[in-house]
Design a protein. Sequence first.
Length: 462
Amino acid sequence: MDPTTQFIVDLFLLLGGAVLAGEAATHFKQPAMVGQLLVGILLGPTLLGPFLGLNPASPQSPALTPQLSAMQILATVFILFMAGLDVSPEDFYQMELSTAILGVAVFFVPFGVATLVIPFVLHGISLLESLLIAVTISITALPVMGVMLQEFGLSKSRVGKLLINTALVNEFSAIAVFSIILKIGSGSTSGVVAMAIALLSVALFISIMLTIHTLLGVLRSAKLWEPLKRQFARAWHSKQGGFALLLVLMVGSTLFSQYLGLTYVVGAFYAGLLVTRESAGHIAHTSISGVMEAMSWGFFIPVFFALVGAEMNLRLLDSVYWLTAFGVLLAVAIGAKYVTGFSIASLSGWRGSDTVAIGYMVGSRGAVELAMASILLASGTVDIQIFTLIAGIGVVTTILAPIGALRAWRADPVRMQQMRDGKDASAQKAQWMRPPQPPLNEVVIPDHTLPPRPPLPSGPRP
């Protein structure tokens, strides 16, 4: 079978299987992404892939065909761009300190624990390899978080914004640490110089994107933006020229972030973030969001999760040694994330089902983790078994995260409905931050007594 026909067959099987499996998962009260991931594993090298041709390389390779790898990158870009459309830069300006702390903590705590555990589980691993593996299993996937919140209908709720901002802070932390370790490992620069370069790259990207957002705000304040859009509409004759330029913005932003070493997913998200209701206009923003959601939910999201599952080869974990290593590192990946997320959320004032759900949700992984693992595999830093180990942890935790979160929220249906209706109240302040409250059995009646009215004057009325 020629490569073009093979690609079409692969895409048909993955898309058709993901759509059907996703629908089946919803009938079992599970997110569609669970079925989409499982059908990817079914069609990948673990089970049917060698017979169907989805993995044409040797059995020891987890790599997809070049066409499917390109499709995975494209799907990730569209998913991140769609997620960014629902977020405004003002959300970052108003980010609470607790959110930043949560994002940093749910990376560095699991990273530290994993770095200590990995040398005892994987024999012959160097410190550099331990640090890089620890980074990959400590990340909270921004694309997966965006998809889950969209699927739950919580992307515009307060807890949804907390989680998406947490994933963003976590991802920036992970990417910075990953690039620093890679630069140190390459031996081309010292640790201090490598750290400075990574931090400057992050600062440069954020400052440029926020400068563009600020410039658009200035143009709107000066009442120049709307005339410029009307002038563009009159001067540009190509059909759907505005949408085409929007896609150019998306691809250009991903290219810029990739060039800076921040991976393309960050650029795709920020490109969507720049397209606000104010910059595009309410009607245009609604239209753009509708088109992107139709493309993403109808095509890119099912294909993305199916490809994540298809990229694994669980056949390689066929010994007690590898199964033990997988179990231990999976427990570290789940436990460290959950305990950290639950604890920080509780200290920040979140209560009840929210704290449990946050603990589960910050444990989701996916595209970025696999992208990092692919870089390590291509560079020869890790072998094929460790790549499969990392990918397996990512898939299992990505499946468990929405299941655990939904179970927690479904136990509190009133709270779930409040969030979906956009009426979720702000998190209560932690106990030590609250002012003293009177006992429950003590009724405090405010004194609204009015002064006595003066007597009416006596005598005949005029």
